[in-house]
Design a protein around this ligand. Structure first.
Ligand code: AMP
Length: 406
């Protein structure tokens, strides 16, 4: 019997896995610099949580959730995104009462039953943040700036920020009914759009099949109330004051139901790397106190791939790989102790020694594991306090005092 990783999942080894840790570490440092605290929530939650928060009509909930029942018949779902679980945790831990302001960040696996393709997996990773209790566009600006800084730190060059406002409960209903009027006159909508027309007409704006057909579609900006208009202007001013350029994008609506006012995406070429927005009603809708909130998430795999395309990440310091070999079996103990001590310096990546093998086969092994250097413990040199260093790339060899190495 042979097993394969399930469709849409993959194994990540060595330098690929290391890219994840590098990015996660860089992101968590940037988050901490801005007083975000880390949160880890369960990978599975009550399925109803996602239904209520993300929305029944969204692709994520209607088509892509991994649903299962446990032995007691509880209906659970693997998390398809991070926000719902964090809002649930925020309320359950009564942070809505005790935190005047709460800034959280997270990272981890998400699950969506999507058709696998380049940059699209069924199990993938996101890094994201949620900022509770601040209704000001300054919080939106801080989130956009933070997301941008992480992507910039990853070395991605052609980043573009897209922003829009979906309005609030005062102005969005007007826009909504104008959209329904506009779309109702169209006869060639795809079946998803027909289904969504009454329930969530905003989603039609980013339909992958139909969106190119919509010329002359009403723009949300024409319906903004004075408050939403002012908010959006303030946001733009704050981004500009920090030297960020952006595009306003009337058709940007994002896939999830809970967004209000500001929504944004950060793209690299055609690829959407990060997305987020404000969701001022969700905490209350899920049973908490009325709490303003804004969040974003980026796809870790996509960011890594964009960083590689920009020629970075790979350039993050790779440690030199050193293999410890023994020319004389009796030096194994000394070589072993040296290997452990050397690896503790943190400056190199050390493997070996192995016993019971000739020096020739040890050197072959060092080549196989792509060691940059081999440190050879040989009796004559060792008695003079020295070891031999063989450069595996250009095959040169030198002697050094053992005590100088560490
Ligand atoms: P969303 O939660 O849909 O707003 O997605 C936020 C980000 O997560 C996207 O911009 C992508 O970078 C990433 N993402 C979403 N779905 C997938 C997937 N199936 N595979 C890999 N990355 C994804």
């Amino acid at each position: 019997m042979s097993f394969k990783a399930p469709r849409g999942t993959r194994d990540i080894f060595a330098r690929d896995a290391q890219d994840f840790s590098i990015l996660e570490r860089a992101a968590s440092e940037i988050f901490r610099n801005r007083a975000f605290i880390e949160v880890r929530t369960p990978i599975f939650e009550d399925a109803g949580l996602f239904l209520r928060s993300i929305g029944q009509e969204t692709d994520i909930v209607s088509k892509e959730m991994y649903l299962f029942e446990d032995k007691k018949g509880r209906k659970l779902a693997l998390r398809p995104e991070g926000t719902a679980g964090i809002v649930r945790a925020f309320i359950e831990n009564r942070f809505d009462l005790s935190f005047p302001e709460g800034k959280f960040f997270y990272g981890g696996q998400m699950f969506r039953y999507e058709r696998p393709q380049a940059g699209r997996y069924r199990q993938f990773n996101q890094i994201g943040a949620e900022y509770f209790g601040n209704a000001s566009p300054a919080a939106d600006a801080e989130m956009i700036i933070t997301a941008f800084e992480i992507l910039e730190t990853a070395g991605i060059k052609d980043l573009k920020i897209h922003i829009n406002s979906l309005g609030c409960q005062n102005c969005r209903p007007l826009f909504r009914s104008e959209l329904i009027k506009y779309f109702s006159s169209k006869t060639d909508l795809c079946s998803d759009c027909v289904n969504r027309l009454e329930k969530n007409p905003l989603r039609l704006l980013d339909c992958k099949i139909d969106s190119s057909k919509f010329s002359g579609v009403p723009a949300m900006s024409a319906f903004w109330c004075p408050d939403c208009r002012e908010n959006f202007e303030t946001l733009k001013g704050l981004l500009s004051s920090c030297g960020l350029s952006f595009e306003t994008d009337d058709k940007l609506v994002r896939g999830l139901d809970y967004y209000t006012k500001t929504v944004f995406e950060i793209r690299s070429g055609q690829d959407t790397l990060a997305g987020g927005g404000r969701y001022d009603n969700l905490v209350k809708e899920l049973g908490g106190q009325n709490t303003a909130a804004v969040g974003f998430a980026f796809g870790t795999e996509r960011v890594i791939s964009a960083a590689r395309n920009s020629g970075s990440l790979n350039s993050f310091a790779q440690k030199e790989k050193v293999f410890i070999a023994i020319a004389d079996e009796e030096l194994f103990k000394e070589a072993f102790a040296f290997s452990i001590k050397y690896s503790k310096t943190g400056g190199v990546c050390v493997s070996g020694p192995v016993n019971g093998k000739s020096l020739t086969s040890q050197l072959k092994f060092a080549d196989k594991i792509a060691a940059d250097k081999t440190v050879i413990f040989a009796k004559t040199e060792f008695e003079q306090g020295k070891i031999i260093i063989k450069d595996m790339k250009n095959k040169t060899q030198s002697e050094q005092q053992l005590q100088n190495i560490i």
